[in-house]
Design a protein around this ligand. Structure first.
Ligand code: MEV
Length: 427
C-alpha cells in the first residue's frame, strides 16, 4: 500500500515527526530520540536551521575541524574544514606543515568573470534579431539598474551582454550570454534576478523565452595555487619520489579512470572548506568537473614539473564562492569560519580553497606513490571501526596502539577486539 500525505509542509515539526515515525519507522522510540538528540536546545539557533529548508525535522551533523600551519603568500592561515572522511584534515595538516618551511603556498586569482544565459527560440531572420538586440541592449542594462545598484557601488555588476546564435546546435535556438563580476558574493541570486529582468524586456512576439539562469560553468573565474622546492628538500628518496609523483600526475592527464579519482581527492579538500564557509559545494563541484573536461576529455586538474632540480606542483581551477550573502551570513559556524580565515574577500577565499585542494592532492599522491593509500587511511578509519564495534575507551587506546604498525581492516579489527576481550576475561 502506498502512503502519501497532503499539506505536509504545513504541519508542525512535531506533527511531521509523528507522521513519519508512525508510517515509516519500526523502532519508534529510538527514531524519536535520535531526531531529538540532534536538535539544538537553543531554540533561536534551532530555528535558524529549521528555516534554511522546508520540512526540517532535525539537524545532520558533520565534524567541523581546523587544519593549522598553512602559509599562503607569506601569511599564516588555519583552515576550517567540514568533512566526514577520516583522513582529510590529518592530511591537510601534515601537508601544510611540510610546505611551511619550503616557502609555503603561492596563489593568484587569474579571473573572476561569471556568466548566465537567457535561452530563447526565434525562427526569423538573424540579421533582424541582431538589429533588435543592438537597439534594445541599453534598455536591457537599464532594466537591471535597481538590482545592480549596490553591486556597482562595490565595483561589480554586469560586464556585457552578447547575442549568440546557437542554431547550428539546435533549430531556432539563440541566447543572450551575460557576463558578471559579483565581487564578494557568490552571486547566484543576483545573476538570476538580472537575467529574469533582462528577459522580461527582451521578449517580443517573435522571441520565445525558454529560461533564464546562471551558468555553473565558470572557465573565466580561475584561481591558481602552487608549491615548489628543490628536489632534495622533498625528504627520503627525494629523486625517486619526485619522479613517481610526476608520473602519477601525468597518468591523470591521459587516463580518465584515474583522472576522476585524482580530482575527487582534490575535491576532498575543496568541498571541506566550501562547506565550512557556507558556500555552495554542488555549484563548485559542477564547475570544477566541467572545467576538467573542457577540452573534450576529462583530465586531472593538477600539474607537476621537474626542471633544473626544482619540483613544482600546481593547480588551476574555477571557483565561484562568496564571503558575503547566502549562508555565509546566516550559519553561525560559516561566519566563524570566515573569522578564523581573517574575514577574507571572495578572491582571497578562492585562493585558500585552491590551496586546500592542492594540499589534499599532494597528500594523496604522496601516499599513493610511496606507502599506498590504505596505511594512513585505515589508521584514521580505525577509530570509526572501533566505535562501530562498540569498543570502550580503554579498548580503543589499546587497539590504536596495537595497530600502529600493523595492517588493519574491519574484520581484523573485529577479531583483535574479541581476542582482547577474551584475554581481559582470563586475566
Ligand atoms: C580518497 O577519498 C581520495 C583518493 O582516492 C584520491 C586519489 O586517489 O588521488 C585517495
Amino acid at each position: 500500500m502506498t502512503k502519501t500525505v497532503t499539506g505536509f509542509s504545513k504541519l508542525t515539526k512535531k506533527e511531521k515527526i509523528d507522521w513519519l515515525i508512525s508510517n515509516f519507522l519500526e523502532n519508534k522510540p529510538k527514531a524519536f530520540t535520535t531526531l531529538e538528540q540532534y536538535c539544538n536546545s537553543d531554540k533561536e539557533l534551532q530555528q535558524i536551521h529549521d528555516e534554511f529548508i522546508e520540512n526540517t525535522i532535525s539537524n545532520f551533523y558533520l565534524p567541523y575541524a581546523v587544519a593549522p600551519n598553512f602559509i599562503i603568500n607569506g601569511k599564516s592561515y588555519v583552515i576550517p574544514m567540514t568533512t566526514e572522511e577520516s583522513s582529510v584534515v590529518a592530511a591537510a595538516s601534515l601537508v601544510a606543515k611540510f610546505w611551511s618551511d619550503k616557502g609555503g603556498f603561492k596563489t593568484e586569482v587569474i579571473s573572476t568573470i561569471k556568466s548566465g544565459q537567457v535561452h530563447f527560440m526565434y525562427n526569423h531572420d538573424f540579421e533582424d534579431l541582431q538589429r533588435y538586440f543592438t537597439t534594445i541592449k541599453p534598455e536591457l542594462i537599464e532594466a537591471t539598474a535597481s538590482i545592480t545598484k549596490n553591486m556597482r557601488k562595490r565595483g561589480g555588476g554586469i560586464l556585457d551582454i552578447h547575442l549568440n546564435n546557437k542554431t547550428d546546435k539546435l533549430d531556432n535556438y539563440y541566447q543572450l550570454h551575460v557576463t558578471f563580476d559579483t565581487i564578494d558574493s557568490m552571486g547566484a541570486n543576483f545573476i538570476n534576478s538580472c537575467l529574469e529582468a533582462i528577459a522580461k524586456v527582451f521578449r517580443n512576439d517573435d522571441i520565445e523565452i525558454v529560461m533564464s539562469i546562471l551558468s555553473n560553468y565558470i572557465p573565466d573565474c580561475l584561481v591558481k595555487a602552487e608549491v615548489s622546492c628543490k628536489i632534495d628538500e622533498l625528504g627520503e628518496n627525494a629523486t625517486e619520489f619526485a619522479q613517481k609523483f610526476y608520473q602519477a600526475v601525468q597518468i591523470a592527464h591521459v587516463e580518465p579512470y584515474r583522472a576522476v579519482t585524482h580530482n575527487k581527492g582534490i575535491m576532498n579538500g575543496i568541498d571541506a572548506v566550501v562547506i565550512a564557509t557556507g558556500n555552495d559545494f554542488r555549484a563548485v563541484e559542477a564547475g570544477v568537473h566541467a572545467y576538467a573536461a573542457k577540452n573534450g576529455t576529462y583530465k586531472g586538474l593538477s600539474n607537476c614539473s621537474i626542471d633544473d632540480g626544482i619540483f613544482k606542483f600546481w593547480l588551476e581551477i574555477p571557483l565561484a564562492v562568496g564571503t558575503v550573502g547566502g549562508l555565509t551570513a546566516l550559519h553561525p559556524l560559516a561566519k566563524l569560519s570566515l573569522e578564523i580565515l581573517q574575514n577574507p574577500s571572495a578572491k582571497e577565499l578562492m585562493q585558500i580553497i585552491a590551496v586546500a585542494g592542492l594540499a589534499q592532492n599532494f597528500a594523496a599522491l604522496k601516499s599513493l606513490t610511496t606507502t599506498g593509500i590504505q596505511k594512513g587511511h585505515m589508521k584514521m578509519h580505525l577509530q570509526n571501526i572501533l566505535n562501530q564495534l562498540g569498543a570502550n575507551l580503554a579498548e580503543k587506546i589499546e587497539l590504536l596502539n596495537y595497530f600502529d604498525n600493523r595492517h588493519v581492516s574491519f574484520s581484523i579489527a573485529s577479531d583483535a577486539l574479541q581476542k582482547l576481550r577474551v584475554t581481559k576475561l582470563l586475566e
